[in-house]
Design a protein around this ligand. Structure first.
Ligand code: ADP
Ligand code: MG
Ligand code: ZN
Length: 619
């Protein structure tokens, strides 16, 4: 905004000046003590020795009389005739005239300037206004004037302002990036040992989790220049502009190495090529290709590290993720309760908090909030306090701000009551517990009650190996695990909630597929039931047509029901048998919100039946 004012400042100045000139032109000033007289009158006064002085400005004659202090009389003469000649025509002799003090203004530029200003400036004014409006209308397109030159902003490495201390609750990410920092600080140390340094680091995570922030912090920590550009900026109006920007950007970075190139929102250009319905976007593809070319063209001794951020790693072009490109991935996840506390501490700095404020409580009340939300929350609270004319921010404002932020237009995060939290904790524990005791189920990698998207919590599993074939036993285990959540709710609370929508959907889908597509039912045998058309261009929409009898349909339904019931019973039995473990896990979740693999599996060390290997943690 600032630069915009600076750039347009002269336009506004011109407008004001021109307007002033226009006004001058319309209302020529006239002092009230001035009077117009004829030349003849002036001649008479001279003859009567009444005149003190005469000033001559071009055609205008200003006359002052002896004795009258303030009055100036004006007369006009023709341009071509001299004053002396004119007066002599009225009978003024040279002697009479010599008694008068005559001042002749050199026909100065002043008049010319005045003419210029009053006549030409309004035109200029209109012209400038016109250009100004045109540029406004074109908006971003006016940047076309400078196309080709990278708009990468170079933040000087001399004055690192952001450091890792400014990023809270992302310990794993910081650890990962520490290596990058060390390399940028002392590249020789690594190169001397022939180490291959990561070329590209991809930061992944939901919006507002601090991806941009941590990228800057890496530059700040290492004290190297930071060249950043946003993927969205690449998508400009001329084909080829994006590509030349990339070229320029990398050239600059190389010149200033060691340095960091940061491509924010890379998904804007890095989308899978050739995907989508409406044909491909040439500009985007060219830009993406250029990025790939530049990354491949880097030698190991270039000392430039490319960082990129995205919240949609799933749609990125696989070419970007190949080894030698963005092969380092760093996840910036939604912060847990401890992380939120730390973020609140950072952003509360400099804000006067009242004695009743407990940020621990605020952290507790804001599951699902990301860093940007929390920063926003404190800001909203400060605004509320100011509007209430308070000198400090109280708990009341903070609580109101939570609602404002979460109920905001995007409704990104939601508030969860303590009871809901308990239900979610037991639900997720149920999934995890059943998974632990199902031989073929994927091992649990992480259990969390931090909401994500529409889910209020989730349990993630880690496939032990890449599987192309899934066995019937595994499908059965998967169904039991999926039903574990609702089963746990039922056992603990005697009631169930609608929190299991996607679980139920998944179970139904597995059971039906087992019977109608994979021939896994003993009763119905290896037959495919139903003809389905996959509408490929719409993604995964499936249109199913029935090609079997009413009676078969009934049998299918029965088989589906049997499978699901069996899975439900298994889940129920596991939960009843290991009730105490369910409680332990749920308690742990309520306390910490997230339980990682190692901690989860450690809970079951004393139970030999749960002898699943602890999965290797992948970052
Ligand atoms: P992203 O790039 O992931 O969308 P940003 O880095 O732009 O998120 O974060 C927006 C703002 O939110 C940051 O400028 C910072 O003030 C705040 N913020 C986000 N995450 C954190 C964090 N982990 N610690 C401190 N502040 C954070
Ligand atoms: Mg960002
Ligand atoms: Zn569930």
């Amino acid at each position: 905004m600032n630069s915009r004012w600076g750039k347009n400042g002269w336009v506004y100045l011109l407008i004001i000046v021109a307007f002033g000139a226009l006004l001058l032109n319309m209302f020529p000033q006239k002092s009230t003590t001035d009077k117009n007289v004829s030349i003849g009158k002036v001649a008479t006064w001279i003859q009567q020795d009444k005149v003190k002085s005469i000033e001559l400005h071009n055609e205008q004659i200003n006359v002052r009389l002896i004795g009258s202090k303030n009055i100036t009389y004006h007369a006009t003469k023709e341009k071509t005739v001299g004053l002396t000649t004119l007066l002599s025509q009225f009978g003024v002799t040279p002697q009479q005239l010599s008694k008068v003090n005559v001042l002749v203004d050199k026909p100065s530029d002043y008049g010319g300037w005045m003419v210029f200003l009053t006549n030409f400036l309004p035109l200029l004014f209109i012209g400038v206004l016109f250009i100004f409006l045109m540029r406004q209308a074109q908006g971003a397109n006016s940047q076309a004037m400078s196309f080709g030159k990278s708009k990468a902003r170079m933040l000087s490495g001399d004055k690192p302002t952001v450091t890792f201390d400014d990023v809270a609750g992302a310990e794993e990410a910081k650890q990962e990036l520490q290596e990058v920092v060390e390399f940028l600080r002392e590249p020789q140390k690594f190169l001397a040992l022939g180490a291959r340094i990561p070329k590209g680091v991809l930061l992944m995570g939901p919006p507002g989790t601090g991806k941009t922030l941590i990228a800057k912090a890496v530059s700040g920590e290492a004290g190297v220049p930071f060249f950043s550009i946003s993927g969205a900026e690449f998508v400009e109006m001329f084909v080829g502009v994006g590509a030349s920007r990339v070229r320029d950007l990398f050239a600059q970075a190389k010149k200033n190495s060691p340095s960091i190139v940061f491509v924010d929102e890379i998904d804007a250009v890095g989308r899978q090529r050739g995907a989508g319905l409406g044909g491909s976007n040439d500009e985007r593809e060219q830009t993406l290709n250029q990025i790939l070319v530049e990354m491949d063209g880097f030698d190991t001794d270039t000392n430039v590290i490319i960082m990129a951020a995205t919240n949609r790693p799933d749609i990125l072009d696989p070419a970007l993720l190949r080894p030698g490109r963005f092969d380092r991935r760093v996840v910036m996840d939604r912060p847990d309760i401890r992380g939120r506390r730390q973020i609140l501490d950072i952003h509360a700095n400099g804000k006067p908090l009242a004695a009743d404020v407990d940020l621990e409580v605020i952290a507790h009340l804001t599951p699902g909030f990301v860093g940007a939300d929390l920063e926003n929350l404190l800001n909203e609270a400060a605004i509320l306090a100011a509007r209430r004319s308070q000198t400090q921010i109280h708990m009341a404002e903070l609580k109101e701000a939570i609602e404002r932020v979460s109920m905001g237009p995007e409704r990104r995060s939601r508030i969860i009551s303590p009871e809901e939290r308990r239900i979610v904790a037991y639900h997720e524990s149920g999934h995890a517990l059943v998974a632990k005791f199902c031989k073929y189920a994927d091992p649990v990698q992480k259990v969390t009650i931090i909401p994500r998207g529409m889910a209020s919590g989730y349990t993630s599993y880690l496939p032990e190996k890449d599987e192309t074939l899934v066995s019937r036993s595994k499908f059965k285990d998967m169904m039991a695990v999926a039903l574990g959540g609702q089963e746990a709710e039922l056992v603990i609370f005697g009631d169930i909630t609608d929190g299991a929508v996607s679980d139920i959907k998944q179970v139904t889908k597995i059971a039906r597929a087992m019977i109608t597509r994979y021939g896994m039912s003993d009763k119905l045998g290896p037959l495919v039931f139903g003809r389905r058309e996959e509408l490929i261009f719409l993604g995964r929409e499936i249109n199913e047509q029935r090609n079997y009898s009413e009676m078969t349909a009934k049998k299918i339904d029965e088989e589906v029901e049997r499978l699901i019931k069996a899975a439900q019973t298994r889940a129920h039995n596991i939960i009843m048998q290991y009730h105490n473990k369910l409680d332990e896990l749920a308690q742990l979740l309520l306390e910490k919100e997230t339980v990682e693999a190692a901690e989860f599996h450690a809970l079951f060390e004393d139970i030999p039946e749960a002898n699943q290997a602890v999965p290797i943690q992948i970052a």
